[in-house]
Design a binder for this molecule. Structure first.
Ligand SMILES: [Zn+2]
Length: 339
């Protein structure tokens, strides 16, 4: 018989896609087949881990493993990957390590396990949101996770959001909580919307602009138009630009728009990279997408009227923000030491 499960330090989810699905959708302790039948669950089977190697050279002695999987009794098996700090002499494909805690008390250092997409696509993006090109200090991150490690050593002591993933001996499935096992990075519904905007941008780049027409904002000086933009959320800014030529040609600074998106929808990284101001049509479509995303990314126990992958991403981003707050403090501490 198996021992117990451990959970992703970032999303709190299981390391197995083997979940029970109820075709009838009536059992309370099972996921509904209808809700999950088209969803990708394969991401749950993958695992990587952050560790610390005292023997490594350099200041940052942390390492990230290659891909692996959960075994049992807190044990994982991983490949070495490409990190130069990975412990020497451990270059096989299936290297055993212990997650969270050395349960067998054999002096094995522990590592922190994640789904690779939770680490590489969500946590690293969240940690680097101010300076995307900056390298992460893995040792600082490891210390942050160590400070949150404890209790039953099956995940971190953080708030994992709504719906709350449970940290029981085995993964608890509950009807209505299907969102927890849906891929939070690859979201086909969002990709379809973004492709639509990207395609319309390409078309508009090759076609003539909409002719100017008079509107009430013509009379406003540019300074006042900017004051109006400052008061509006991103989706409303786009809606206003799409409706008024005068507002459309009033340019926003790149910094203003980037900060607005970061503060409102930091987890919608796809839209941060698109130039939505090319035409009023693209502003209109992007505005509808943004307003829709706010509604569609909110988990509710009342209905399934939201995009599951997106709601899961928004929840996980909230966990990453908690880690980030501690990470920023940790970075400040080492810069104090350096100065
Ligand atoms: Zn995860």
């Amino acid at each position: 018989m198996g021992g117990w499960e451990i959970y992703c330090a970032i999303c709190g989810g299981p390391f197995s896609s083997q979940v029970e699905m109820d075709p009838e959708g009536t059992e309370e302790d099972s996921y509904r087949y209808d809700v999950l039948k088209d969803c990708d669950l394969g991401w749950l089977d993958n695992l990587c881990a952050l560790g610390f190697n005292l023997e490594a050279g350099g200041v940052d002695k942390s390492f990230i493993t290659g891909n692996g999987y959960y075994w049992d009794y807190g044990g994982i098996e991983v490949s070495g990957g490409t990190d130069p700090n990975f412990p020497l002499g451990r270059d096989a494909d299936q290297i055993p390590m212990v997650a969270y805690h050395d349960f067998a008390e054999i002096g094995e250092p522990h590592v922190f396990p994640f789904h690779p997409i939770c680490y590489h696509d969500i946590l690293l993006r969240c940690l680097k949101q101010d300076k995307p090109g900056k390298k992460i200090r893995g040792d600082v991150l490891f210390n942050v996770l160590e400070g949150l490690n404890g209790g039953r050593y099956v995940r971190l002591q953080l708030s994992y959001g709504e719906p709350e993933p449970r940290a029981e001996q085995v993964w608890c499935q509950q009807k209505g909580h299907e969102v927890l096992v849906v891929n939070p990075v690859i979201i086909p519904q969002i990709d379809a919307d973004l492709d639509f905007i990207k395609k319309s941008l390409n078309q508009n780049a090759n076609s003539s602009q909409i002719p100017p027409r008079e509107d009430i904002f013509d009379k406003l000086p540019h300074e006042l138009r900017h004051e109006i933009f400052k008061l509006l959320p991103a989706g409303s800014i786009l809606a206003l630009k799409s409706a008024s030529w005068a507002m459309h040609i009033t340019t926003l600074s790149r910094d203003f728009w980037r900060d607005r998106l970061r503060s409102e929808v930091p987890w919608v990284w796809e839209i941060h990279d698109i130039n939505v101001f090319q035409s009023q049509e693209s502003e209109d479509r992007a505005s509808k997408l943004l307003l829709d995303i706010q509604k569609k990314s909110a988990y509710t126990s009342e209905s399934d009227d939201y995009i599951l992958g997106f709601a899961n991403r928004r929840r996980i981003w909230g966990v990453c923000e908690q880690i980030r707050a501690r990470y920023v403090e940790g970075l400040a501490c080492i810069s104090d030491l350096d100065s």
